[in-house]
Write a protein that binds this ligand. Sequence first.
Ligand SMILES: [Zn+2]
Ligand SMILES: [Zn+2]
Length: 370
Amino acid sequence: MSALASDAAEANPPTLCPRCGTQVAARLLHCPACRWLVHGEALRQLALHAEQSDARGDAAGARAAWRRALELLPRDSAQHAEVARRVDAIGRLIEQQGLPTEPAARLGRSAIDSGAGADEATSRSFGALGGAAAGITAVGLLVWKLKAVIAFLLTKGKLLLLGLTQGSTFFSMLLSLGVYWTVFGWMFALGLVLSIYVHEIGHVAALRRLGIRASAPMFIPGLGALVRLKEYPASPREDARVGLAGPIWGLGASLLAYAAFHATGWPILAAIARVGAWLNLFNLIPVWQLDGSRGLRALPRSGRWFIVAAAAAIGLVIQEMLYLLIAAAAAFQALAKDAAPEPDARTLTEFLILLTGLGALCAVTVPGLP
Ligand SMILES: [Zn+2]
Ligand SMILES: [Zn+2]
């Protein structure tokens, strides 16, 4: 991605600002001296497209155009904040009224191609935000984190875990992972990888529903999946939708495995249901860029304290250390200054369903095994 970004910069030599004559580097979205917008013409066309879509009642079309415009505006500008607000407001409307999430008409080529081309501009804006780290954006990073946990547990972790004969329930879960691996072998690993794929597809489905352009998921056999975002979620609310969709689909995969266990009585299915649920729960710890921190970002203080209470209560009931970690991290977030100004009932509901459902599945006993 950093290579791609620098290619784009080389292909586009610096331009002169038509307003003040300052040299504007190719990756910049505005003139550093007078803040003239490099993509002014494309932005005007996108705004026009958005207004026309709106007039036709095509909310998703208007959102797609505004979202494209976001990528052409400097992130610290007032225009960026205003357009992000619009994207979020249209999203609320679509959610509340159950409107179509697919635009009725594609964005006109003229709007996309004017200037240096929005796709190039998008790559460049990501490049400007910090090279490779920004290229493999939000969801991509999440995926890699989950993948790293799995890779660790399935390789080096296995020996380490088998050595941990005593400890808290947190470690007993890790320990049983090692035991399951030893007993069930590759079948268990395959089941886990499948449930991780389902988790990732959940993120992808949410991105689609929000009309956020992203690359197709690239699956790395045996390790995980990667999605590269071409646009950013416009608000904490959108970020929460995308973030929690992974664990929600993951919960679905675990429930399916558990249902199959009930139908067949095969212990391996119970093991997959349990460990799958545990991994999704791990992703709900509201730290770093994990899914849980995306969800919590959309909640006001009261909602965050509600999560603290729910996680602590469930953790005490089922004696699962991960819940106490979630509660502690959520309490830290509840004291943070970035609380959302208004409640988001859907995010709170989703989070509580996840805590409850995953907790129930974490308590599943695998026949014949600890
Ligand atoms: Zn200028
Ligand atoms: Zn995830």
